[in-house]
Structures are given as C-alpha cells and as structure tokens.
Design a protein around this ligand. Sequence first.
Ligand code: GUN
Length: 293
Amino acid sequence: MSTAALINGKQKAQELTVTIKEATLRLKQEGIIPGLAVVIIGEDPASQVYVRNKKRTAEECGFSSTQHSLGKDVSEQEVLNLIKTLNEDSAVHGILVQLPLPRNLNEELITQSIVPEKDVDGFHYINIGKLAAGDLENAFVPCTPAGCMLMIEDHLGKDLSGLHATVIGRSNIVGKPMASLLLQANATVTICHKATIDVPGIVKQSDIVVAAVGRPDMIKGNWIKPGAVVIDVGINRIEVEENGEMKSKLTGDVDFDEVVKVASAITPVPGGVGPMTIAMLMFNTLSSAKNSQ
Ligand code: GUN
C-alpha cells in the first residue's frame, strides 16, 4: 500500500527563515532593523511556548524583538495604552497580541487598536477586507493560513482551478482566511462547521482538506478521497498510555495513521503547520519593515 508524502513544514520554515535573514541583512545596510513587538497577557502555558518560539525565530532572523508580558488582571486601558505606544514607535514594524486573552479583556477592541500597517497577524478589519476582496499584495494575511497555502502550492501549484477544497472550522484566525486564500487560487471551496450535515461526505469529495477544528484525530481515513492533500492545523494535547504510564502528547485534528494511507500528501503534527505559522509572521514583519521605507 502506498503512503502519503510527508509535508515537512519544519524544513520549509527553516528555508524561509534563511531567506528572511538574508533580506534582513540587506535592509540593515539601508539602516532599517525589522522590529517585532509581542504582547502576552496572563499565564496560558501554550501561549507562553508559542511566544517564546516567535521571539527566538525573530532573533534568528536578525530582527529586534521585544516582549511585553502583562498580568492577567491588567486593565483594558493599560493594554490600549501600550498598543498606542507601539503604534507610534517607528522602531516597531509588527505588533502581535497573543490570543486567547483573559476573559475580562475585549479581544475585538484590542486587536482592532493595532494600526493596520503593523498588524502582522492580519486580524485588523482593513486586512481582513483586503484579503476577502482578493487584494493580497496589500494585505497582511493571517500567518497560519498563509503558511498552509505555501505548503499546498508546493504540491499542487499556485492555480487550484478545478479542485475542490474543504476547510473544516470557521474561525477568524484560520478557517475564514484559509477559505479566502483557496478561493483566490481558483479552488471551489466549502467550509464545514458545527452545523454542517455530513462532514465526512463533503470531505470525501475534496482534493484538498484543511482541518482547523481543535478535536484530536477527528478526520478519519475513510473520509478522505484517495490522493487528496491534507493539511492538519490542529495542535491538541492528549494523554496517552505508554508502558503503563500516562504521557502527554501532541496530536492533530487528523487521524494521521489512517489518513496517511489514503492521501497523497499530509502534514505531520508537530512539524507541519506550526513552524510555518512562525515563518509567515517573520515574513509579514519583514514586509512591514520594507513598507516603512
Ligand atoms: N493564538 C493562536 N494562534 C495565534 C496567532 O496566529 N496569532 C495570535 N496573536 N495569537 C494566536
């Protein structure tokens, strides 16, 4: 039985990082150092890990990187004041507020307070609007879908004409922007969500499947059209028994062991989408620094 090609996001992200590092060196000769400011609020352990990785990669790229860690009880006004300072700081080209936020803070108010020109997450309504309208040249595209798209292009090319792509999950961070990107690349796009009837039946007709749900191993092998390209955005921490001991392990939304036997290409978890998300954040920050010239 044939098995799917593994899409090595880790390697591709490293290659991108090298290119970004070289471009950063050239920009530095013109007196510009790309600056990324990361704001983290509270103590969510997963967020701490993500932010640490973002900071480390920014430094690897030669960026100047600052981290602003605020306690979970910080007031909304204090967060808005910090963002205002960063908006006005010419050494900062990218601002990112790590989500999710503590419940007492208004996520919409905070993400929309970042000026669109520094919104390297692509969460500002101006950037969402540009993406929805197909103006990719001038939009910051959210990092996870942007990274997924590069991996899909590697296998299928830039033009997805005639192909059916299904996105499972309709979040603002992944599902909706992912669908916009696939549509822009000429795919015929379906978005599945909680209220969709017969998700397996829709997935079965799909040449491209992007899973972004947050439910471990939900997508089964018998859902997949033979030869499909499968991108697993899920990062779920589960407990598994190993030699009589319970161990914590990361798993995606796709039942990898089953789907790998049916798909033509698949991303692993970890080592697939995750590193690409960080690489695209660096790409957006570099673009923002170039735009500031
Ligand atoms: N939390 C999970 N993914 C993301 C992301 O891409 N950006 C931010 N800011 N927070 C996140």
